[in-house]
Design a protein around this ligand. Structure first.
Ligand code: IMP
Length: 202
């Protein structure tokens, strides 16, 4: 079976390859195609965006396609920044701009009301009508200031209570072991294995 990864992000490709390495599967990427389309993320939810991309790439290529979409959802902000996580502070903003805006929005909000989670949704389009959607999430609290220098995005303000550290204070292995993306990938792996087993029985 072949599975096409509907992303150009090299780090994601590496992580997904690693998670699926032992399955009897040929992983295809944008490098295998001369014309790999950009699918716009116009959905209102992570689910919609992941599905849009997986389906769009499937329709273009004819190969089963896997896509992911992630975001930070803060309870006090009714789930914002959510689907707008990468552009929370406006077009062309940096990770730092986003963190500054988030800390400002939560200024004066007590610790017990600063709960949040990262969520990753993975969609796998096996055909235009058969689409598996799974998710992974990790709960935390938005700190009152940035701490730590590893990772990316909201990691410096995402405090993870079981480790008593922010994600930006954890090693990559530590973070990947508990992260929303790691958990979503495990769930996606189960769906792919079920599909492989079904195909083997036919
Ligand atoms: P994407 O869908 O994986 O590209 O994620 C969208 C945005 O969510 C990123 O630009 C980050 O701002 C944020 N984000 C997603 N995953 C993480 C993470 O593991 N740490 C910090 N920020 C993240």
């Amino acid at each position: 079976m072949q599975l096409l990864l509907a992303t150009r992000n090299k780090d994601k490709i590496k992580e997904i390859r690693q998670a699926l390495a032992d399955l009897p599967l040929t992983i295809l990427t944008c490098d295998d195609f001369l014309d790999f389309p950009e699918i716009e993320e116009t959905g209102a939810t992570l689910e919609e965006n992941a599905t849009l991309k997986a389906k769009g790439i499937y329709e273009h290529s004819g190969f089963p396609s896997l896509s992911d979409d992630s975001g930070l959802e803060v309870d006090y902000l009714n789930g914002a920044p959510g689907v707008y996580s990468s552009r929370y502070a406006g077009p062309g903003c940096t990770y730092d701009d986003n963190n500054r805006k988030l800390l400002q929005e939560l200024n004066g909000v007590p610790a017990e009301k600063r709960t949040a989670h990262f969520r990753t949704v993975i969609a796998i389009a096996w055909s235009v009508s058969e689409i598996d959607v799974v998710e992974g999430r990790v709960n935390g609290v938005i700190a009152s200031e940035k701490t730590g220098s590893s990772g990316f995005g909201y990691d410096p303000v995402f405090y993870y209570p079981p480790a008593a550290k922010t994600f930006a204070q954890m090693t990559l292995d530590e973070k990947n072991g508990v992260s929303h993306r790691g958990r979503a990938l495990k769930a996606a792996r189960d769906k792919i294995m079920a599909r492989l087993n079904k195909a083997a029985k036919l």
